[in-house]
Design a protein around this ligand. Structure first.
Ligand SMILES: Nc1ncnc2c1ncn2[C@@H]1O[C@H](COP(=O)(O)OP(=O)(O)OP(=O)(O)O)[C@@H](O)[C@H]1O
Ligand SMILES: [Mg+2]
Length: 283
């Protein structure tokens, strides 16, 4: 898959309220097989931006292309784009509209009209189990009456069950306990193995740096950074200016440098710092 956003501007049109541009001159591309993290402070426009990726919102100005076919033109239907780009929403309830977990999970794959009933059954079981929920135990439960963490897992599973080429997760760790976060890490690894694309939204750069290949920062509706994560070497001051929390590991890189093996000078996550030190002690 290949997705391109070109000169996108967006404002919400609410009658009687003067609106401002929430997104300004957004340009980026997503090639297949990429794990991307999008960070930005609250209100910077992250959720608004990702809702453009599958045509839930229409740009006020600008263009979105999926495999060179333009969205909101006759070249590609919204149904088709939604079968390729799956979004797990920030607030899981907002995506539930069925009375049982089983119906909720089957709804998306059924709508795509490309899988047999037995394939759908298999996909929804696999997706639920990938998120650590037992199919038999949860299939008849009402998604609205699950705990916060269970809702998050069902919401993630219902998008995974559609097997999209690009999976977009909006603040996926919210409401998840430690075991839920480990499952999410496993999901990221699976996507890497299957060579599909993931777009993860979070305001926490520290955890994004652990898992993604590329980091984008949205600040007041503009993309102020979009590079491989190994180029994410910034002063605390800059990160604070973007309204984000500097990753704590950054404070330790300089003072501990003399203990690194191989003069590594590109440490971009907690794990890399840990490895640079433990490898030395093993040697
Ligand atoms: N339906 C709407 N109508 C008008 N304004 C909206 C609407 N939805 C969001 N906004 C405004 O757009 C801006 C960006 O909101 P958005 O939800 O995209 O931010 P975000 O980066 O996802 O924030 P958070 O980290 O809190 O989830 C905010 O100022 C918000 O108040
Ligand atoms: Mg949001």
């Amino acid at each position: 898959m290949y997705l391109k956003i070109e000169k996108l501007f967006f404002k919400y049109q609410n009658p009687g309220i003067e609106s401002r541009f929430i997104l300004k001159n957004i340009n980026f591309q997503i090639h297949g097989n990429e794990i991307i993290g999008l960070a930005g402070q609250s209100g910077s426009g992250k959720t608004t931006l990702i809702q453009h990726l599958n045509g839930l919102l229409k740009p006020t100005q600008g263009h979105i292309y999926y495999d060179d076919k333009e969205l909101f033109s006759k070249q590609i239907s919204l149904n088709e784009i939604r079968s390729q780009v799956g979004i797990a929403f920030q607030f899981p309830e907002s995506q539930f509209f069925n009375e049982t977990v089983e119906e909720e999970l089957a709804f998306g794959p059924k709508n795509l009209k490309k899988f047999s009933p037995s394939e759908i059954q298999q996909q929804i079981q696999d997706a639920l189990e990938l998120m650590g929920l037992d199919f038999e135990k949860f299939r008849h439960r009402n998604p609205y009456y699950l705990s916060g963490g269970e809702k998050r897992r069902v919401a993630l599973a219902s998008v995974i069950a559609m097997n999209p080429a690009l999976l977009v997760l909006d603040e996926p760790t919210a409401g998840l306990d430690h075991s839920g976060i480990l499952l999410l890490e496993n999901l990221i690894r699976q996507y890497r193995i299957r060579r599909k694309s993931l777009f993860i939204v979070s305001h926490n750069i520290d955890s994004l740096l652990e898992f993604v290949d590329r980091i984008m920062i949205l600040h007041q509706g503009e993309i102020v950074f979009d590079k491989p994560k190994h180029d994410f070497i910034f002063s605390e001051e800059k990160i604070l200016q973007w309204g984000l929390k500097p990753p704590p590991f950054m404070n330790y890189v300089q003072p501990l440098k003399k203990y690194f093996i191989n003069n590594q000078n590109r440490i971009t996550s907690r794990t890399e710092l840990f490895n640079a030190l433990t490898l030395r002690s093993v040697l």
